[in-house]
Each structure stands twice: as structure tokens, then as C-alpha cells.
Ligand binder design. Structure first.
Ligand code: ZN
Length: 94
């Protein structure tokens, strides 16, 4: 029995978990959270993400989206202002 060798591609790009911007991994900021590696454009985006990830379910749900879904939800809006609007909505519900 032979296992056919499969061609594989090294992952050389990543998408920022905060803003969804794509870039080369060597130029990205890597945050290691236990077994998980999370990529960001820079340390500022990583800190923004860390500050907001546990704010509310809506914010957490949005931040977990992939870059394509995120762009669809944002519709050209700034990530920071969108997250602020989600927080405002959560504050009004309480
Ligand atoms: Zn970013």
C-alpha cells in the first residue's frame, strides 16, 4: 500500500483578526493564545482585539468572522466604529 504524496503549499499569508486585512506572515504580528495562533497587522490591532473580544456576545461573534464575512458585515465601515456601535446597542439592551 502506498500513500500518494500530496502537493502542499506553505501558508505564507494571513488575515488580521481585527480588521481582516491580508498580508505576508513574516510582516504580521502573531499572538499566541495557548495552542492558537492569532494574526494581526500590528500590535495596536492585537490590543484592540484583546480589549473588545469579551465585551459582549455580539462583539465576540463579529470578531470571530472570517475576513470575507467581516467585509460583508462592515460594508466599508471602520472596524473600531462598528465595534463601538455594537457596544452601544448592547448597553441600550440592558
Ligand atoms: Zn489589522
Amino acid at each position: 500500500m502506498f500513500i500518494k504524496p500530496r502537493p502542499f503549499k506553505l501558508h505564507t499569508t494571513c488575515a488580521c483578526q481585527w480588521c481582516g486585512k491580508r498580508g505576508k506572515r513574516t510582516l504580521c504580528f502573531k499572538l499566541i493564545d495557548g495552542p492558537v495562533q492569532i494574526w494581526f497587522c500590528n500590535d495596536e490591532h492585537a490590543l484592540d482585539w484583546l480589549d473588545n473580544r469579551h465585551h459582549s456576545v455580539a462583539v465576540n461573534k463579529f470578531l470571530r468572522l472570517g475576513p470575507v464575512e467581516k467585509a460583508r458585515v462592515l460594508k466599508g465601515q471602520n472596524v473600531a466604529s462598528y465595534v463601538e456601535s455594537l457596544k452601544d446597542r448592547a448597553a441600550q439592551d440592558v
